[in-house]
Design a protein around this ligand. Structure first.
Ligand SMILES: Nc1nc2c(c(=O)[nH]1)N[C@H]1C(S)=C(S)[C@@H](COP(=O)(O)OP(=O)(O)OC[C@H]3O[C@@H](n4cnc5c(=O)[nH]c(N)nc54)[C@H](O)[C@@H]3O)O[C@H]1N2
Ligand SMILES: Nc1nc2c(c(=O)[nH]1)N[C@H]1C(S)=C(S)[C@@H](COP(=O)(O)OP(=O)(O)OC[C@H]3O[C@@H](n4cnc5c(=O)[nH]c(N)nc54)[C@H](O)[C@@H]3O)O[C@H]1N2
Ligand SMILES: [Mo]
Length: 643
């Protein structure tokens, strides 16, 4: 439905644009593709000559960016980043890597459909519509799986739960430690798994000995009996107990440690490598296209100087932004932005603006005139996914597969697909050697032939599966733990050596100013981030977001459902107006809204000014010292009545 709406979206970008006056004023001249790409190539070469190729960064989200990544690697820059690391799943993957030596990956390796007990810590599946996960969640609930949900807000998933724990925001580590305390002291854990695979269990056990449910009660607001009952329920179903690792994990800046606590609770359940826990994914062997090697960068990446964040295993978007502002460790002068609206994705928009003002060139490839496009020097309109080929999808998943995305309609105006843009730009940069193929069909067919398939087959079938590979220990997967100790690290010498807690510890989150509420946010089923609010079909389903306000608070402030308010954050930023929803379904110290609304870009005519933007209110963020993720649930707002 969203795809059809995107095709018909009257607010779409139609032709390449070059900025006419000042950045951010959204005044454009329409140009030809040749003019736009010629202009970009000239500017990129100038930056390269003056500052080196590393002075250009590519921000790119999703598979559509593959060909542009290729072009920019050939250009010579290692500075390529997506918000899906430092603003999303980075801490989770770092926490699991530190514990099991393997990360969760995307798509997630969670065996939700076979789980007998599913524990969701803020993962609001059902509102978060990660497709396969939601389908599997429904299947598991249908088969009678127990659901346990910890969330300050009564989410859709909470409505399916046996135990709903309305945890105080930011106290999850306390809850996790208390759960583990119960499971260890009552001897409910998988002793064989721990004995065979665990490292440092005694140290861990001693660390959590005082973390009783009674200790956790004042921190979390969850009564000790409730913590005990839910812990015992988890243990009853092990190893088919999945404590879901979450995805958007950048909450409070202690997120890698929270994720490590989640990993350790799973280890106690013995759910790793077991049905109903975490499977071992596999992928189809589809060789890449044989390109010449990329030039090596002498200076290395700019985002994490001196490995300040020792456990960052991907590039940090906000690290590139910081380097762009400071010029350290070296200057960044060009940003090429593909399919990511950095104004809604990165915290603190004034820093994004400062970085942009330090650039010699900002290019944005988008399908609609988003906020980031509004600040660009050159805007390139892309064909939507129904109008183009993308690179082959050969992600690691349950069964190995290769999937093709192919055009079903032509672009309605002068929009072009990413592969064409990436190739044409490369040719103008003198990088023709990196594009030996003439068009994407030739590229796709060549790669598929390498796997004994062909483009013709994929065009017909869409997706081809390989033979299933063993996915669990009892199917023959060897338990190998690529951690330094070669074991599952209950105690982490790596963390200790780097000056961090070797076993997760709880620290209380700072409270907001009196009379303020912690700002929380999440997903709505029909919308994706900040990208679908102009989509005519999806807008019909949900045109603006609501502010969830606790019923007692509503009564105290004299607020009723349907009233409009504005939010003022701790730094004086005032939101657009937002409609109140007074409800029992949220704790009193926080308010909640769906992310992605409150657009300020003039070209987004049908979404402009509708609802409020959480991103605008996220002026503060708490950096995770382990991996550089930006915890964003650390902002507080007061509620001001309209009029
Ligand atoms: N429809 C739709 N689905 C999507 C997306 C989309 O844009 N649209 N985006 C996808 C992407 S990339 C991601 S990463 C996921 C994100 O989705 P998830 O990873 O599931 O969740 P979050 O956005 O982190 O968290 C939102 C939930 O956490 C709760 N929460 C807030 N603070 C706390 C706290 O301190 N403790 C606990 N226990 N809970 C808390 C909120 O009340 C809310 O229910 O969604 C994916 N699915
Ligand atoms: N405040 C706050 N910040 C967040 C989050 C939050 O909940 N609150 N969530 C975080 C998470 S989990 C993530 S994963 C990130 C997501 O961050 P982003 O991926 O940046 O998400 P969007 O804001 O939707 O920006 C995507 C942009 O790509 C454009 N686009 C859509 N389709 C196409 C296409 O086919 N081609 C091209 N070229 N462009 C296209 C859209 O119009 C939009 O401008 O944000 C993170 N930041
Ligand atoms: Mo995400």
């Amino acid at each position: 439905t969203g795809g059809v709406g995107a095709y018909h979206d009257p607010d779409r970008l139609r032709a390449p644009l070059i900025r006419r006056r000042n950045r951010g004023e959204e005044e454009w001249v329409e140009v030809t593709w040749d003019e736009a790409l010629g202009h970009i190539a000239e500017k990129l070469q100038k930056i390269k000559a003056e500052h080196g190729p590393e002075a250009v960064a590519l921000f790119s989200h999703g598979i559509g960016g593959n060909f542009l990544k290729h072009t920019f690697k050939a250009f010579g820059t290692p500075n390529i980043a997506a918000p899906s690391f430092a603003q999303c799943r980075g801490p989770r993957d770092a926490g699991f890597l530190l514990t099991f030596g393997e990360d969760i990956g995307s798509p997630e390796r969670t065996d939700i459909r076979n789980a007998r007990c599913i524990v969701l810590i803020g993962s609001h599946l059902g509102e978060n519509m990660h497709n396969t996960q939601v389908q599997e969640f429904a299947e598991a609930v249908g088969k009678g799986a127990t659901v346990i949900v910890a969330d300050p807000r009564f989410s859709v998933a909470a409505g399916k739960a046996m135990h709903y724990l309305p945890v105080k925001p930011g106290s999850d580590i306390a809850l996790l430690l208390a759960w583990m305390n119960v499971i260890v002291t009552e001897g409910l854990y998988d002793e064989d798994f721990v004995a065979q695979h665990g490292f440092g269990f005694d140290y861990f056990k001693a660390e959590i000995a005082t973390r009783t449910p009674e200790w956790a009660y004042p921190e979390t607001g969850i009564p000790p009996e409730k913590i005990r009952e839910s812990a015992r329920e988890m243990a009853r179903h092990r190893p088919a107990t999945l404590i879901h690792p979450g995805r958007h994990a950048t909450w409070y800046g202690d997120d890698t440690q929270r994720s490590r606590a989640i990993a350790l609770l799973n280890a106690l359940m013995g759910s790793w490598g077991r049905k109903g826990g975490f499977y071992y994914p596999s992928s189809m062997d589809v060789p890449g296209y044989p390109y010449p090697p990329y030039p090596k960068s002498e200076r290395g990446k700019v985002d994490n100087p001196g490995r300040k964040y020792p456990f960052a295993h991907e590039t940090i978007t906000t690290g590139i932004r910081e380097a762009t502002i400071s010029g350290e460790p070296y200057p960044v002068k060009g940003w090429f932005v593909y399919a990511t609206n950095l104004f809604h994705a990165l915290p603190n928009e004034s820093e994004t603006i400062r970085a942009i003002q330090a650039l010699d060139l900002l290019v944005v490839v988008d399908v609609i005139p988003s906020e980031i496009a509004g600040w660009a020097d050159v805007v390139l309109p892309e064909a939507t996914y129904l109008e183009r080929y993308d690179d082959l999808n050969v992600e690691y998943f349950r069964d190995p597969f290769v999937a093709l995305r192919q055009p079903v309609v032509d672009p309605p105006h002068d929009q072009k697909p990413n592969w064409w843009i990436a190739r044409e730009l490369a040719l103008r940069l003198g990088l023709g050697d990196y594009y030996p193929w003439k068009d994407v069909e030739e590229y796709l067919d060549h790669r598929l032939k390498g796997a004994g398939l062909s483009l013709a087959t994929l065009k017909e079938k869409g997706l081809v599966k390989g033979p299933p590979a063993p996915a669990f220990f009892d199917e023959g997967v060897e338990p190998v733990w690529p951690t330094p100790s070669g074991k599952v690290e209950f105690y982490s010498p790596q963390l200790e050596q780097a000056g961090f807690d070797p076993v997760p510890r709880y620290r209380r989150q700072a409270e907001g100013p009196p009379g303020s509420f912690r700002l929380l946010f999440g997903r709505a089923p029909v919308h994706s981030f900040s990208r679908t609010q102009t989509n005519p079909i999806l807008r019909d389903a949900m045109a603006e977001n609501d502010l969830w306000v606790n019923a007692g608070v509503g009564a105290r402030l004299g607020l009723a459902t349907g009233d409009y308010v504005r939010l003022r954050n701790q730094d004086g930023v005032v939101s657009n107006r937002i409609r109140v929803r007074v409800t029992e379904a949220i704790r009193p110290e926080c308010v909640y809204m769906v992310h992605g609304f409150g657009h300020t870009a003039k070209g987004l005519r049908s979404a402009y000014g509708r609802g409020a933007s959480d991103a605008q209110l996220v002026t503060r963020y708490e950096i995770d010292p382990l991996m550089g993720g930006t915890g964003m649930n650390v902002n507080f707002v007061s509620i001001e009545r309209e009029g």
